[in-house]
Design a protein around this ligand. Structure first.
Ligand code: SF4
Length: 467
């Protein structure tokens, strides 16, 4: 048993020595880290990498252009997992950056090797991250990395190229033939290009233009990662360290954002009387609860808890919360309110029972825990409403165009509920057009992962001030 530090290599069964550390920014992650890392690094490195992969997922689902995705990923990477090239990174701690990149990849490899679905997700977004980095890398460093990986495919000589001018030009009408370099590989190595008919094939060989090199390299990366995940999944059952197992088992469900324990940072003076003025800044889940409360003068237990904790997160004090709920439950007596409801409200604020100061619920827990049954009001509309109800609710609350409704409903069908919520935010706050128009200059907002973050971003966006 290791004391406070551990070695990763033993978990994958691929212990190797590597003397030359991180000569390149790009990495095929062939060799596991064999150094000791602290348990704190174990957690922070993996969660930081997860932020980047999730940002890629979200950006690719929400945007149309590769440029927008790359811009957004550059921002998020710089924040959580900076990784500079050797040439452009003078003055940056390159060794530390590459170490973090290396270690975090292997931790997530372990965490995401456990099921087919997790493996697919990890391969998809690691490949996307590698692709972005490869495209951004300068030519010399890229080539040095490929040579090191022995991916120096054979180039066509000038004479060979000339002799195949017609065939190559026909297969690649979009390229400038005279400026292009071609290289030769077995056609099975480039299934993507073959399926897109983007290469000339003859006698089992594919003639690949250099502009398609990235497809080939990402294909290699994917192949290696697929095999490595398979290996890791077989080694995983032998991990028995209780300090890292919980993280590995739950990391894909981790909430990575703020907790909103201490209210919001943008609006103060939230009182029982001005909640109604703020509802336009609430996400659909909370708008729904507010409407139901006004309609029924009552909410069931989980709905009350979900809404009360959200209101606490936007700054409603316990005194104001008691006034708010008392006025809202207008059809019952004071005595009944005190007896049946006031205790729970104070309990949410840590003033009763165990005196635990409960956190506002994040999207993941609203979406996955306590599934609402018939007649329940809690939950997430994107996950729990029928398609017809969700469409009608979105139309009532500001999504006017059919194409926008369709776009959100497509995301919901793909089970991307938080991305759908973010899209709803962009459309209803009119951010969508400006993001498309500015493509590249204006960056994407982060994906909504918490109802209180939705509120804060909405308030900030419209410069709401009740101060
Ligand atoms: S995704 Fe989150 S914020 Fe949006 S409606 Fe669902 S639970 Fe609320």
């Amino acid at each position: 048993m290791f004391s406070h530090r551990r070695t990763l290599a033993s978990e994958t069964g691929e212990v190797k020595n590597h003397n030359q550390k991180y000569p390149y920014r790009l990495n095929f992650y062939n060799i596991p880290p064999i150094e000791e890392i602290t348990t704190e690094e174990f957690e922070t490195f993996s969660l930081d990498r997860l932020q980047v992969l999730k940002a890629i997922e979200s950006a690719s689902l929400r945007t149309k252009t590769e440029l927008q995705v790359a811009d957004h990923i550059r921002d998020v990477s710089n924040q959580y997992l900076p990784l500079h090239s050797t040439e452009g990174g003078k003055g940056y701690p390159l060794e530390q950056e590459r170490r973090k990149d290396h270690i975090s990849h292997f931790i997530l490899r372990l965490a995401y090797c456990r099921t087919d679905e997790l493996r697919k997700w990890f391969i998809k977004y690691e490949c996307a991250l590698f692709r972005i980095r490869f495209i951004e890398e300068n030519k010399e460093e890229r080539q040095a990395f490929l040579n090191n990986e022995r991916l120096n495919w054979k180039d066509l000589t000038q004479n060979e190229k000339e002799s195949m001018r017609n065939e190559l030009s026909l297969a690649n009408p979009h390229i400038k033939f005279d400026d292009e370099t071609f290289f030769i590989v077995n056609f099975e190595q480039v299934p993507d290009l073959v399926s897109r008919r983007a290469v000339y094939i003859k006698a089992g060989k594919a003639y690949v233009p250099i502009s398609e090199q990235v497809t080939l390299v990402v294909g290699e990366f994917r192949k290696k990662l697929y095999t490595a995940l398979d290996l890791a999944s077989r080694a995983f059952p032998s991990i028995d360290d209780e300090r890292i197992l919980p993280l590995l088992n739950n990391i894909n469900q981790q909430y990575l954002g703020k907790t909103y324990m201490n209210g919001n940072n943008v609006v103060d003076k939230v009182t029982a009387d001005n909640v109604d003025q703020l509802v336009g800044h609430f996400p659909l889940c909370m708008q729904h609860l507010h409407r139901k409360l006004r309609e029924l003068h009552h909410l069931k237990h989980f709905a009350r808890m979900q809404y009360n904790l959200f209101l606490k997160g936007i700054g409603l004090t316990v005194e104001e919360a008691l006034i708010f709920w008392r006025k809202s439950f207008s059809t019952i007596t004071d005595e009944k309110f005190q007896k049946d409801y006031a205790y729970n409200i104070r309990h949410n604020y840590g003033m009763e029972g165990k005196r635990q100061d409960y956190l506002p619920l994040n999207c993941h827990s609203i979406i996955t825990n306590k599934q609402p049954g018939p007649g329940d009001q809690h939950g997430c509309p994107f996950k729990h409403f029928s398609e017809d109800n969700l469409r009608a609710f979105m139309a009532q609350t500001g999504v006017r165009k059919d194409e926008n409704l369709k776009e959100i409903l497509d995301l919901v069908r793909g089970k991307h509920y938080q991305v759908a919520c973010t899209k709803y935010f962009e459309i209803t706050k009119c951010l969508e057009d400006s993001i498309s128009r500015d493509s590249g200059e204006r960056h994407l907002m982060e994906t909504i992962t918490h109802p209180n973050s939705y509120f804060e971003q909405s308030a900030l966006q419209l410069d709401l001030s009740l101060k």
